[in-house]
Design a protein around this ligand. Structure first.
Ligand code: PMP
Length: 400
């Protein structure tokens, strides 16, 4: 039987990298590849108590629920966002989603016609690119430096392509770990307002900030009228990913349509998880838990940084992450990290090659390293293995 599929699925390719990384998860390899939090640090007792409270609240806890999400949780989210300066919205403007991944999907579903343009940083979050492409949106990369998108390139591309949206991960981004300066945030918003474009601000990592003295206002907090920014975040990095609970807030007209699209999609996100997360926020010291994660992840980042400094490979560059979960490394131009992956995995260490994160042709000499999932011992061991592979790879290139 020959099965017939829609044209859309041509974007859903499996890749050689994915096939190699599948092996990693089964074997004895130290993996810096996934974007995973450390399960050893999960708030298990708090979650257990939160689920017990949910079950004790009666059978209705197990019934179908509102598409928009559990209202008490939405109220909590409004309060938590207010602390970040996002004050333009009420619980009616919040849609609870199945992870922020679904927020990206629902937004794309209600906004893009095939061929519509979206601007994004380059490189950017791979799974967002996959969503935009699945709706046949045309993604155009904007030039960036360590402070964020370059305003001149952004404005030029806004004028040339008339995009419907600008997608950004401005705080400890995936994959680059970068954080935008305040000036660039303001410039982006000013351009969005001038040219009537929506900014989609994806902020899963904002809470994992290592230096408390610096302040990174979400772009949504600068949009005082609440007209130009959609803001999404998630419990995946601060509580646990398995609950698949994220949320989105922004202009009501968009949120309402997304909610209608969600009805057709899955009726509502897991409501047991939402009720448990509400209890977790109310009864458990989630902020204290996040502080513990920050201390632990900061220490792991510094350990990885130390190993990178020791390796000191010619041509290697990176920005020291101020939060989040990733190092983004650029190597000597002669290195091809996709080619090198199979050898690294054979030696017992894995990473993600950087090129798939790019819009269009990516830089083959880049890679992403996650520093949150591995224990300090594994970070030390894995980085030594990786350094060896990188050094050998260089020598092979120099002396063929
Ligand atoms: N956006 C970014 C930038 C991410 O890195 C991730 C998770 N890797 C997500 C969205 C999706 O997260 P979740 O669906 O678990 O909330």
């Amino acid at each position: 039987m020959k099965y017939a599929f829609s044209k859309r699925v041509r974007h859903l390719q499996s890749s050689a990298v994915r096939d190699i990384l599948k092996v990693v998860n089964q074997g004895n390899v130290i993996s810096f590849a996934g974007g995973l939090p450390d399960e050893e640090l999960f708030p298990i007792a708090g979650l257990q108590a939160a689920f017990e409270k949910t079950f004790a609240s009666g059978k209705k806890a197990l019934q179908y629920a509102e598409t928009e999400g559990y209202l008490p949780l939405r109220d909590v989210l409004i309060e938590r966002m207010k602390r970040k300066g996002i004050t333009s919205y009420s619980a009616n403007d919040v849609l609870v989603t199945t992870g922020s991944q679904q927020a990206i999907d629902l937004f794309s579903k209600v906004v893009f016609n095939p061929g519509d343009v979206i601007l994004a940083e380059n490189p950017t979050y791979l799974a967002a690119l996959q969503v935009f492409e699945s709706y046949e949106a045309h993604v155009i990369g904007v030039e960036s430096d360590e402070h964020g998108m370059i305003p001149e390139d952004l404005e030029e591309k806004v004028k040339r392509y008339r995009p419907k949206c600008i997608y950004v991960v401005p705080t400890f981004s995936n994959p680059t770990g970068k954080v935008w300066s305040m000036e660039r945030r303001q410039q982006l918003l000013a351009l969005a307002q001038k040219y009537h474009v929506i900014v989609f601000e994806d902020d899963p990592y904002g809470d994992i900030q290592f230096n408390k003295d610096e302040e990174y206002a979400p772009i949504a907090s600068l949009d005082k009228k609440g007209t130009h920014v959609l803001y999404t975040s998630t419990f995946s990095k601060t509580a646990v990913p398995a609950l698949r609970t994220g949320w989105i807030t922004g202009p009501y007209q968009i949120i309402r349509l997304m909610s209608q699209a969600k009805q057709a999609n899955d009726l509502h996100s897991n409501s047991l998880a939402q009720q448990a997360l509400y209890h977790l926020c109310m009864d458990y010291d989630l902020d204290g838990h996040i502080q513990m994660l920050i201390r632990e992840y900061d220490a792991r980042m510094k350990l990885m940084l130390g190993e990178l400094e020791k390796a000191n490979l010619p041509g290697m560059s990176y920005v020291v992450p101020k939060g989040g979960m990733f190092f983004w490394i650029e190597l000597d131009e002669s290195v091809d990290t996709t080619d090198m992956l199979a050898t690294a995995v054979e030696r017992g260490v894995a990473y993600v090659p950087g090129s798939p994160f790019y819009v269009g042709k990516g830089k083959e000499n880049t890679l992403r390293l996650n520093f949150t999932h591995s224990t300090p011992e594994k970070i030390e061991k894995g980085m030594k293995l990786l350094t060896e592979v990188l050094q050998e790879n260089r020598q092979e290139i120099i002396t063929p």
